[in-house]
Design a protein around this ligand. Structure first.
Ligand SMILES: [Zn+2]
Length: 115
């Protein structure tokens, strides 16, 4: 098989690792096939946006918006529950980003906290 034929069938170029990025419009990981963001993608995002959790949330909010559009266009039943989609894209960093949590609690000062 020639190099051109390899590119046509979609094989990655040798030596170039496929990153854990979303395959649109399915929103599955290009590398591991899990629903994106997969575990490896989450780790990469946390590392990339370390110290700027707001930027991470803004990025993921954009992804969530695009994913809802894409999945809804493909098949309404694939979109699933809106709460599940929200948690898939925006729930996990809230659990992993301590600085965001501290800021969020500080921002609700005066309100009754859950715990
Ligand atoms: Zn992956």
């Amino acid at each position: 098989m020639t190099e051109d034929q390899r590119r046509i069938v979609g094989h990655p170029i040798a030596g170039e690792p496929v990153e854990h990025l979303p395959l649109r419009p399915l929103w599955l990981c290009r590398r591991c096939g899990q629903p994106w963001p997969c575990g490896a993608a989450k780790l990469a995002l946390l590392a990339e946006y370390q110290g700027s959790p707001v930027s991470l949330f803004l990025y993921l909010a954009g992804c969530l918006h695009d994913a809802i559009d894409d999945l809804h266009r493909l098949n309404r039943s694939e979109t699933g529950d809106a709460g599940d989609m929200f948690d898939r894209f925006l729930g996990w960093p809230a659990r992993h980003t301590r600085s965001y949590r501290v800021n969020a609690i500080g921002a609700t000062q005066g309100e009754e906290t859950a715990r």
